[in-house]
Each structure stands twice: as structure tokens, then as C-alpha cells.
Design a protein around this ligand. Sequence first.
Ligand SMILES: [Zn+2]
Length: 291
Amino acid sequence: MHFSPILLAGLSHLVVSASGSCLHNTPLMPRQTTPNGVAVAQFGYTGLQGPAHWHKLNPNNTKACLLPQSPDSIAYTTQCATGDFQSPIDVIPAKLTYLQGAAGPQLNYPPIKSATFENLGSTVEVLVTSGSLVYNSTTYSLKQFHFHTPSEHRINGEAFPLEMHLVHASPTNAIAVIGQVFELSAHSSTALLDEVFAHLAAITEPGSVTRTGRFNFNKVMENVAKNGVYTYGGSLTTPPCSEGVTWFVAKEPLPIDVDSYEKMKHVVKFNQRFTQGDLGAPNVLSPQEVV
Ligand SMILES: [Zn+2]
């Protein structure tokens, strides 16, 4: 999938003041600290703060976030209601490109000794300063990973209890995201989640920050290399819903045990943007679709 150079140029010039977006902690949306922790998201998942209203977010929060090619009178979040390549989608295997092994994204994530782990109100996120993804001769650096419950992507119509987004930025600020869904298991779990979620008790309040212990990405790297990914050009699943994002959705879920899942759900609660329309079709919130 190729992306519009105009949109990519737009992404690379975004200066965004709201935190909690999937872009958080990339050069496009630097992390903002407060005297007591980290700034929290200015959007939500319920009622007037929810995804059907993101395009109407308070202009005072979004004024600095206009895409360079947009008229000044249009808030940058309009893509949430007008974009035709929005995420998340229902991943229908027959419609997307499947990549496996050497053809897919090459992940190199070293083990982490300790990392910042924070509650942004809209998700919980781990900040990472090492790790890379190489695809089509472009190297993207891993910046952070965060979680959505229930999953945002569906695979062949099916939703999952949890999805992890590993967010990467290239030197020119192109964005690539690995989406890894998780399935509940009575028999096994993924050590990465158990180790990270063991620290959730310290960040139950939005804006709070703690540190993780050691963890590694081995199961994620193995799963992507062995079982492959579906790729497509989509958007951020949070405001400003910018397009030009390269998505790689892992074909196979990884396991999470019930205890780790419930621990996460009690803190994150609910942060799923609704399934978007077919790629290239009019946005379901656009005037021509809303009658
Ligand atoms: Zn996300």
C-alpha cells in the first residue's frame, strides 16, 4: 500500500498539544509532563467526548494541530469524520496484503531492563528508547506501546479482548504500527503482559507514572516472523485520526491469562474506536453517509 506524499508531509509537520493519542511520545506529539506526572488525553470514549464527536473537539485544544494543507478554519480532527482510510478496520484476509517472514516487517526489539509506564487517561503506555522495525528499506524506531480493550481491529469479523499497539516513527516521521491482539487463555499467558501489568497498581489514576521491571518482546517478534501480518494504509485510531499510517496487524493472537487481563481492564476500562468503513469508502460520519 502506498500513501499520499501530501498526507505524509502533513503528518511530519503536525505539532499537537493534546496528549494520549496513538502518536504520543513520537517527535510528532512529544510527551508532556505535569508537576505530578504526565498530561492526560483531551478526548474520551463516551458520549460527547467519544469517537463519533472527535471531529468536534474544542478548537482551543486543537488549534495548534492543523494540517499544513488544511484551511485554518477547519480543525485538524476533521479527518476523524471525513477520512476515507481510517482505522481500525475489520481485517478481512482476502482484501489485504499478507506478509510473512523476510517479506514482512523485521522487528528487532532488545530486552528492556526498566521503562516508564504511565496512565494517559485514554490508555496505559510504556515508553521505549530502543528497538526497530525495518520494512521496504525504511527503519522505524520503536517509541512506545499501549493497549486497547476490547481490541480495535477485528480479524475476519472477530473482536478480541485486548490489542497492543507498538508505535514506531521513521527519521522523516512516517508512522508504522504493529497491532497485536490477545485471546484469553486458561492455560498460558504472554510474559511481556504479565510483567508490565504487574505494575498497574501504581498507575490506577490518569496522569500517574511508574517504572516497570525487566521484560522482553520475544513472543511478539516470534509471532510476527512466523505467523505473519496483514498490512494496509490507515490512520491513527485516536485524534487527530491522521492518515498515512502503515499498519501491520499480526495474523495470530497471543494468549493472556484472566488475572492479567482483568487487572488491565480495571484500569483502562474501555478505549475502542468503533470499526471504520471499507478502505477508500466514504467515512461513515461524512455528510453523504449520515442521512
Ligand atoms: Zn492505539
